[in-house]
Design a protein around this ligand. Structure first.
Ligand code: G4P
Length: 536
């Protein structure tokens, strides 16, 4: 039976819950304004108290979704947690992603749990070199992307050049939905190209922005009067340039991830944010049917299904347990529900399910497709696992990124050896690092492999905070790893050049580490019977 056929005719309630949900992730380069935009979204959703507390602590740049000391110190968000809010009948689930490309693997996993993404760019910086990889990950995942170009109150780059950059670097069409009028410090606001409204960057006595002025079109005589002749002429010129150079917005292309609608605004000034949030709710898809190896899953089917996209231990120092974050994909979650984990062929009772807000955990009684729940279930859930009340299914596999940085972690305090090992094991399960055991008799220390360099800092910081172990990192010069199999299935015999290192991963897979592309090519030539892969 096709999974879609399971839908009961009387599940209107579930369908309604699905259709009002919007689950999206915000991605941005650090400092582009993700925190500020999130704070404004919270304000619109009426979470004034929370948004206020974010603002009060704004100088330290941490929000309710940041919780690690290191995150606070660096002002970057490392963990992915979900913020929930209600706004105009919608349930918004906002997934936080790390604002640094060193955590792009984590971002990818979070994007698997999101139905769309919001990309925040600083108008003065555009797509910064260090962030390209992060945005490409978003593109790779193929989710619909909405773009917010922030900080329009400050002098920035030419808006057309910014659109061009998005197209060039991400390879997706960028279509402006509104257009800036005037440049900071004479920024006058944005013209809504679809709704023919002028939203002015000008406050009333009560410190509110003026209501948008509705006009009949760009040739409405009210516009030059409102903007002044020079700014109006520039707007007309820009609009005519755009009509020749930019494609029309196409919902289908947006939904398949090949076109992004672009909005200009200023998060800090709460300018253009409401219109942007409304556009997100209008354009971003509700939880959609998901492909699995066993067929397409309708979110409104009565069978509960979800998958684990993230694991994290010790979120709350009072509990010190490990939480698996499950994205609900179909059916309704109910507390104490008995589900199957097909990987272990084992049933699990989901009695300890939580929602997180920062460090606070609140017990969850029910959840719907699009929602994220944190499940405490020691040892029974790993990243990529499916949980279901129905027949076993497999959602799309969560990919592993090839490690590019290698180091030895040195623990100088032998009395904390056990804690050190436990910490490393836990961090490996969370997918933060991989631990490789060297097979070199003279150099036995375990090697830690990471996708991004900053991951080492996270490991050190978490080892110290959560396991009381002060370790240090000794960087190794390897530039890449290859997992090895023999074409005849036997245990591979191989000749290694002196600089290379042979290791075993946690599943006993054989891995070789190399120092240069040339060394890898030579190794391949010398060992023609081996099959090499970039990941396990
Ligand atoms: P992030 O989460 O993406 O890292 O960025 P965040 O929101 O923390 O914003 C980074 C900096 O940019 C903050 O300034 C913030 O106030 C500022 N910012 C955000 N939106 C706008 C905007 O629309 N216009 C202008 N001019 N600035 C904006 P900061 O000096 O680092 O912190 P703070 O002292 O303002 O808190």
């Amino acid at each position: 039976m096709n999974a879609a056929q399971e839908t009961k005719p009387d599940n209107k309630g579930l369908k309604k819950e699905v259709s009002r949900r919007r689950t999206f992730a915000i991605i941005s380069h650090p400092d582009a304004g993700k925190t500020t935009l999130t704070e404004k979204f919270l304000l619109y959703a009426g979470a004034v108290e929370l948004a206020g507390s974010v603002r009060a602590r704004a100088s330290q740049q941490h929000t309710a979704s940041d919780w690690m000391t290191m995150e606070r110190q660096r002002g970057i968000s490392i963990s992915a947690t979900a913020l929930e809010m209600e706004y105009q009948g919608f349930r918004i689930n906002l997934l936080d992603t790390p604002g640094h490309q060193d955590f792009s693997e984590d971002t990818y996993r979070t994007l698997m749990a999101a139905d769309s993404a919001v990309m925040v760019l600083d108008s003065a910086k555009g797509i910064e070199a260090q962030t390209e990889k992060l945005f490409r990950v978003c593109r790779m995942r193929g989710v619909p992307i909405l773009t917010f170009i922030n900080k329009m109150d400050h002098p920035g780059r030419d808006p057309l050049a910014l659109l061009d950059e998005i197209e060039r670097i991400l390879g997706i069409a960028a279509v402006p939905m509104n257009w800036p009028v005037g440049e900071a410090p004479s920024f006058q606001g944005v013209y809504d190209l679809r709704g023919n409204k002028m939203l002015r960057f000008q406050r009333t006595e009560h410190n509110r922005f003026r209501a948008p002025v509705q006009v009949s079109g760009i040739d409405d005589p009210a516009l030059p009067e409102l903007l002044g002749q020079a700014a109006y002429d520039k707007l007309v010129e820009d609009a005519s340039l755009l009509s020749g150079a930019v494609a029309e917005f196409d919902l289908v292309r947006f939904l398949n991830g090949t076109m992004t609608p672009v909005f200009f605004g200023s998060a800090l000034n709460n300018f253009g944010v409401e219109a942007f949030l409304n556009a997100v709710l209008e354009l971003a898809p509700a939880p959609v049917a998901r492909e699995t190896e066993q067929g397409v899953i309708d979110p409104a089917s009565d069978t509960f299904r979800g998958f684990v996209f993230k694991l994290q231990a010790n979120i709350d120092p009072r509990h010190r347990d490990r939480m698996a974050f499950v994205r609900v994909c179909s059916g309704k979650f109910e507390k104490d529900m008995l589900v199957l984990n097909p990987r272990l062929k084992q049933e699990i009772r989901l009695s300890r399910a939580f929602k997180l807000f920062g460090r606070e955990r609140v017990s969850v009684d029910e959840a719907f497709p699009g929602d994220v729940i944190g499940v405490v279930s020691p040892g029974l859930l790993s990243i990529g696992d499916t949980v279901t009340t129905g027949k076993p299914i497999d959602f799309a596999k969560i990919p592993v990124f090839p490690p590019e940085h290698f180091a030895i972690l040195v623990n100088d305090d032998v009395t904390r050896f056990k804690q050190f090992n436990k910490g490393l094991e836990q961090l490996e399960e969370e997918g933060a690092i991989q631990v490789l055991n060297s097979e070199d008799a003279l150099r036995r220390e375990p090697i830690v492999a990471a996708v991004g360099e900053l991951q080492f800092d996270v490991v050190l910081s978490r080892l110290e905070e959560e396991y009381g172990v002060k370790a240090r990192v000794q960087r190794l010069g390897f530039c890449g790893a290859r997992w090895i199999r023999a074409s005849d299935g036997a245990i591979p015999r191989m000749s290694l050049s002196t600089g290379m290192r042979r290791c075993r991963d946690k599943n006993d897979g054989i891995v070789v580490l190399y120092n240069s592309k040339w060394e890898l090519e030579y190794f391949q030539k010398e060992n023609p019977g081996l099959i090499l892969s970039e990941t396990s």
